[in-house]
Design a protein around this ligand. Structure first.
Ligand SMILES: Cc1ncc(C[n+]2csc(CCOP(=O)(O)OP(=O)(O)O)c2C)c(N)n1
Ligand SMILES: [Mg+2]
Length: 294
């Protein structure tokens, strides 16, 4: 989180943009949007020092709906854009939001490499187990056997377990929330923003139009909270990986894993104390710098 607020949020509606939104009535994206806005408000973030980046998909409309800086990027490319922003000005809060197709499909390589670099970025994935915007094709988190117009006999592949991927790749905070429990999801997002390092929050959300299997009721029957699970220790990597495999009759929400590790910027002597934007190009000796490469 950035330290010095320039502009103070007085009420949550200060974050409203008034932009139109074409999500279907009942879409889980609404719950995730409210959770994110509430988290930003409660953390008293500075809207003038906060950037929300998205990819392409239904959920990726989110930057249009929150009055902070926003960048609606390309399908699967939100994390590289966010990384560049963090490199240019690491004192800015950078939050990325996008769908499961966006992040776990076309953007999967970026997801892995951003996690292992431990950039101080919060990544929220609106996981509805389908490609919503393009009318309901399977996504990497669609369960095996899930039927869509593009897979009328059912998906053949097994589904990705996204928290297992991020933990193995090196994310230092990995959590899962549910769009149907906004207050709990909001708390996870707050923890993710406050965490110094790459925080991944998989936000389960029904797609009321194209996913008739994983409904609010389907999730409500399976979800339980990790913080109430006796003996669960989110600093234990082996335990977290085992939990990340669990899917089906029981689905855990809460913090799966957390660890303190220096961020990428912490280990760059040129940037760790001074953001790139705060350098005056006139003070940089480019000729001397180039000499290092000959
Ligand atoms: C490079 C590229 N490939 C494919 C597309 C088409 N496309 C747009 S959104 C999308 C998938 C969206 O699914 P998801 O990321 O899960 O978001 P949702 O709509 O479910 O919120 C695809 C394949 C695109 N816009 N750009
Ligand atoms: Mg999706």
């Amino acid at each position: 989180m950035s330290e010095k607020p320039l502009k103070i949020l007085e009420k949550m509606t200060d974050l409203d943009t008034g932009s139109p939104c074409n999500w279907c009535p009942g879409c889980g994206d609404f719950g995730i949007l409210v959770a994110l806005k509430q988290a930003l408000f409660e953390l008293k973030i500075d809207p003038e020092n906060t950037m929300i980046v998205s990819g392409i998909g239904c959920g990726s409309q989110a930057p249009h709906l929150i009055k902070v800086y926003g960048f609606h990027s390309l399908h699967g490319r939100a994390l590289p854009v966010a990384t560049a922003m963090k490199m240019a000005n690491h004192k800015m809060n950078v939050i990325v939001i996008g769908g499961d197709g966006d992040g776990y499909g076309i953007g999967m390589a970026h997801f892995i490499h951003t996690a292992r670099r431990n950039f101080d970025i919060t990544y929220i994935v609106q996981n509805n187990q389908v490609y919503g915007l393009t009318k309901g094709q399977t996504s990497p988190t669609s369960d095996k056997g899930f039927k869509t117009k593009s897979t009328p006999e059912g998906v053949l592949e097994i589904a990705i377990r996204p928290l297992g991927v991020s933990i193995v790749a090196g994310a230092t905070f990995a959590a899962r929330g549910f769009a149907g429990d906004v207050m709990h999801l909001k708390d996870l997002i707050k923890q993710g923003i406050q965490h110094k390092g790459f925080s991944h929050i998989d936000a389960l959300q029904p797609c009321v139009t194209f996913n008739k299997v994983n409904t609010y009721q389907w999730y409500q029957q399976r979800i339980y909270k990790l913080e109430k699970e006796e003996g669960y220790d989110p600093t234990n990597r082996a335990m977290a990986l085992q939990k990340a495999e669990e899917w089906g009759d029981r689905i855990a929400v809460g913090v799966y894993y957390k660890e303190e590790r220096p961020t990428y910027i912490d280990e760059l002597p040129q940037l760790k104390d001074k953001a790139l934007v705060d350098y005056d190009p006139a003070d940089v000796d480019f000729a001397a710098t180039l000499q290092n490469y000959f």
